[in-house]
Design a protein around this ligand. Structure first.
Ligand code: SF4
Length: 434
């Protein structure tokens, strides 16, 4: 059985000696499956894909595929309630209920592009076995439509990791919107499969930034969640890296850079979030900031400022450029959805409650929910209409920090104003059968 996705690899910075490293998740299969240690240069691997003649990374804008997406309700809406609201200034009114739709909501272009490329791939290779190395986006219903097109989604299990043993030369393999690791790309390049790379260009931009940091012999500080597929992929293209998930972890990191501390405590704290062989005493002298594209924009910016100030205080303003690099890699789509939510909730008294729609494993949707919660607005994150029990006036919803909760009597009597938004992997419509 061939297991990938948690491989070890060796990468060397320009001057540093090569070190053995692993992906961000040091989980069972790394140690049990005995995946071979392998030297990989992510940038070279990415460049080599083009030369195979079996690699596509642009949509073909095939109209048949577009029509099928419309039929399946997995694209932008051109009819239905959401489309009507758009034409009516993002407002819908019925009796005493007013619904306000955020100005920017739902599918971002990167996600729509990825789904379109998957539909186009099925159209171009109707008879071939087809696989996606992960969910193409974090939306259960869209992934279900892809399965109906006989596209197999290779899911990762806690004990076994990913099993690619069914994939053979000549099959078609799709890399999802949030990318694939350098090891996966190399594996499929060498396997002789047809590769359809739907990685969002914004994600690829982050990979370019960690490439730059590696070349400058700097450690990548990645603002993200160490187990998120996009961050795992980004980390695979970095040389030395540390992943911080929030301001608290960033502050801890900055304090360590500034004042030092217990190395054991540091390593215990970041045990799942650093490159193998990471040494906080030697690898935090030069750092560059990267991010998971769906994190809160303000938080990424704040982490950048914290690192900048720390390096300035430690090494002096004239040496700052030698010790800290930042490249603008925050995705506009994520930012726009967050800004639109701030906008719609600017006067919290004007909105009685929020409905946030998006997959329960969608990071950017969790941040939308987080913003509403922080503002003290009752907010219900649902991944489909099926979570709402209209007759019983109950809703099963998720909180920003992960808890699933059932709330009774969630919809008060009117007059009522409801704000609605949705995450970047949520299509406008759902017209398919259940
Ligand atoms: S949220 Fe941004 S980075 Fe992610 S797929 Fe959409 S456009 Fe790309």
């Amino acid at each position: 059985m061939q297991l990938l996705g948690h491989q070890q690899l060796v990468m060397g910075g320009a001057q540093r000696p090569p070190v053995v490293r692993r992906c961000a998740r040091l989980c069972v299969q790394c140690t049990v499956a005995g995946v071979e240690t392998e030297k990989i240069d992510g940038r070279t691997i990415r460049r080599s894909l083009n030369q195979t003649g079996r690699y596509t990374r642009q949509p073909s804008n095939n109209t048949e595929s577009q029509q099928l997406m419309d039929t399946h309700g997995v694209g932008y809406s051109s009819s239905g309630l959401v489309a009507q609201m758009r034409e009516n200034g993002n407002v819908w009114q019925q009796g005493e209920v007013t619904v306000k739709l955020a100005k920017a909501y739902g599918y971002c272009w990167g996600v729509e592009r990825a789904v379109r490329m998957a539909y186009e791939a099925r159209n171009s290779f109707p008879d071939r076995n087809m696989f996606i190395t992960n969910e193409i986006i974090h939306n259960p219903e869209v992934n279900e439509r892809l399965r109906e097109l006989d596209i197999n989604i290779v899911e990762e299990t806690e004990n076994k990791g990913k099993d690619y043993s069914n994939i053979q030369k000549g099959d078609v393999v799709i890399f999802p919107a949030f990318g694939a690791t350098a090891q996966e790309m190399k594996y499929f390049r060498d396997k002789g499969v047809q590769m359809v790379d739907t990685t969002c260009p914004w994600v690829a931009k982050v990979w370019n930034s960690v490439d730059t940091y590696t070349k400058k012999n700097s450690t990548s500080v990645i603002h993200g969640k160490y187990s998120h597929e996009e961050t795992v992929a980004t980390a695979s293209f970095a040389s030395d890296y540390i992943i911080v998930k929030d301001l608290k972890e960033a502050q801890y990191l900055c304090d360590y850079i500034m004042f030092g501390g217990s190395k054991e405590e540091f390593m215990a704290k970041f045990k799942n979030a650093v490159s193998a062989g990471f040494d906080p005493e030697t690898m935090l002298v030069k750092v560059g900031l990267a991010n998971q594209t769906t994190m809160l924009k303000g938080e990424t910016e704040q982490i950048g400022k914290m690192l900048e100030q720390t390096m300035m205080r430690k090494y002096g303003p004239d040496k700052l450029q030698e010790h800290f690099i930042v490249m603008d890699t925050i995705c506009d789509a994520t930012q726009e959805r967050q800004d639109a939510l701030y906008d719609i909730t600017a006067d919290p008294k004007a909105i009685d409650l929020m409905i946030v729609v998006g997959g329960f494993n969608s990071s950017n949707t969790s941040h939308l929910q987080e913003i509403a919660e922080h503002k003290g607005i009752p907010s219900y994150w649902v991944d489909s209409a099926a979570r709402i029990d209209v007759a019983g006036n109950k809703v099963l919803h998720k909180l920003a920090y992960g808890e699933l909760k059932e709330t009774s009597g969630w919809l008060p009597a009117g007059p009522l104003t409801i704000g609605v938004t949705s995450g970047a992997s949520t299509p406008d419509t759902r017209r398919w059968r259940r």
